[in-house]
Write a protein that binds this ligand. Structure first.
Ligand SMILES: C[S@@+](CC[C@H](N)C(=O)[O-])C[C@H]1O[C@@H](n2cnc3c(N)ncnc32)[C@H](O)[C@@H]1O
Length: 227
């Protein structure tokens, strides 16, 4: 694993407890106000029966889907987060790094109607991972990605590249996390290269905020005749 990717995953091992606390106490306002609802609606809108939550963290989205009678399986690279997800009621949650998923070293099941990644694609080379996820979908299956909105997150530097999240303003002990900023065209190119066709693009916004809170990309698995 390249050095930055390895530091990224390592930061989650360090930050897992603080992250669980932040999510379960509702400490991240944008999630409470806008983005939790946005991903849930985007997923529900596709009416899936079976969903894989990629980079599921402590599992809030799997629980929200299970409450709506949708079967949700999770996978995450941090064992503490996976244990927390299982402990909160999600029965099928796998521990695997994205690298292991690309190399098919861990079997997380297949024939999913939909795979979602909520603020979980933070590394540089996402195309091999998205291509591996493509193969786990039923024909015509859906990929839903929610991520930081590139124009909001750009902070005046609109080009692909590594950035650092320091978690300033969050309670608890945090290790800085490297993450890879990508422009809108870079996201769309990654989807295309991984065999997906963009269906919709949403920019969830809070009525009292002048900027979007996130970017939601809904894409369909392209069939080979469309490649
Ligand atoms: C910002 S959290 C989002 C968690 C969850 N999707 C949510 O909405 O709360 C990012 C997640 O991606 C996972 N992750 C990051 N890099 C990873 C990697 N290389 N392999 C596996 N999981 C990874 C982390 O462990 C973490 O749970």
């Amino acid at each position: 694993m390249p050095a930055r990717e390895s530091t990224l995953l390592q930061s989650w091992h360090h930050n897992a407890r603080s992250w669980i606390e932040a999510i379960r106490t509702g400490a991240i306002e944008s999630r409470q106000q806008v983005t939790d609802q946005a991903i849930l609606l985007a997923v529900m809108g596709r009416q899936p029966e079976r969903v894989l939550d990629l980079g599921c963290g402590e599992g809030w989205l799997m629980r929200a889907l299970a409450d709506r009678a949708i079967e949700a399986v999770g996978v995450d690279g941090d064992p503490t987060l996976v244990e927390a997800a299982r402990g909160a009621g999600s029965s099928t949650v796998h521990v695997a790094s994205y690298e292991e998923l690309v190399e098919a070293k861990v079997n997380v099941g297949n024939d999913y109607d939909l795979i979602c990644a909520n603020f979980a694609l933070l590394h540089q080379d996402i195309i091999p991972l998205l291509a591996a996820m493509n193969a786990l979908l039923v024909p015509g299956g859906t990929l839903v990605i929610q991520t930081l909105h590139p124009w909001t997150a750009a902070a005046g530097d609109y080009q692909d590249g590594w950035r650092e999240e320091t978690f300033a303003g969050f309670e608890g002990q945090w290790q800085p996390m490297p993450w890879y900023f990508r422009t809108l065209s870079s996201w769309l190119n990654a989807l295309d290269m991984a065999g997906f066709r963009l269906v919709t693009l949403q920019e969830p916004q809070h009525p009292q905020s002048p900027v979007p809170q996130s970017l939601v990309l809904v894409a369909e698995r392209r069939e080979s005749s469309q490649l």
